[in-house]
Design a protein around this ligand. Structure first.
Ligand SMILES: C[S@@+](CC[C@H](N)C(=O)[O-])C[C@H]1O[C@@H](n2cnc3c(N)ncnc32)[C@H](O)[C@@H]1O
Length: 181
């Protein structure tokens, strides 16, 4: 089991054909493709701030005969594209583009804004998954700001579950599940 397969196992139990889903960090498109397979005739939208990521995601989807709306924009603007309470699942995979420029990565301020807006877009019972990757030269500041922020979410409205790779000695990823109650 790794962070990706854990998140996918949980998401698989929640997303069904016809659902509206968001991949907040398209990257190479693997999460977007996964969501497209689950949502079937629903609608998947993927955001990224890098053209390389959008192109890469488009290519992967094409090769698998899948379709998604791809948007070159920050996930912090996701509220411009959806109605409140309409979305079933939102995935964030924080960090930098694999095999891409390590200097372009997610930052706490825009991630927090996107999480706040995304939680409004989720319908009741909807799920947001945030996989926090850090290590090497980046990601520690985002992790250190994000975890205390998530503690402040109203427990009457949201349930926040963190998974821990408890015995890893080095920088384990942190899969986080936020359920809208
Ligand atoms: C770890 S990768 C995502 C991996 C992806 N989920 C996949 O399946 O391949 C993180 C991505 O977040 C993107 N990113 C960074 N800041 C962003 C922002 N504010 N809005 C949207 N995407 C952003 C990066 O360009 C990078 O492609």
């Amino acid at each position: 089991m790794n962070a990706l397969t854990l998140v996918h196992e949980v998401v698989r139990t929640r997303v069904k054909a016809g659902d509206i889903c968001i991949d907040a960090t398209a990257g190479r498109g693997y999460d977007a493709a996964f969501l497209c397979e689950l949502a079937g005739n629903g609608c998947v939208t993927a955001f990224d701030i890098q053209q390389e990521a959008i192109d890469s995601t488009r290519e992967l989807l094409l090769s698998r005969n899948l379709e998604a709306r791809l948007i070159l924009d920050s996930h912090a603007n996701m509220d411009a594209y959806f109605e409140e309470g309409s979305v079933s699942c939102i995935l964030f995979n924080l960090g930098y583009l694999p095999r891409g420029d390590h200097k372009v990565y997610t930052h706490f301020e825009s991630t927090r804004e996107a999480i706040q807006k995304g939680l409004k877009l989720l319908k009741k019972g909807g799920l947001m998954c945030v996989s926090v990757y850090y290590g090497g030269d980046s990601g520690y500041e985002e992790r250190d700001a994000l975890l205390p922020y998530l503690r402040t979410l109203d427990d009457q409205k949201y349930q926040v579950v963190l998974a821990s790779f408890y015995n890893w000695s080095n920088d384990p990823p942190i899969p986080i599940f936020i359920e809208k109650l």
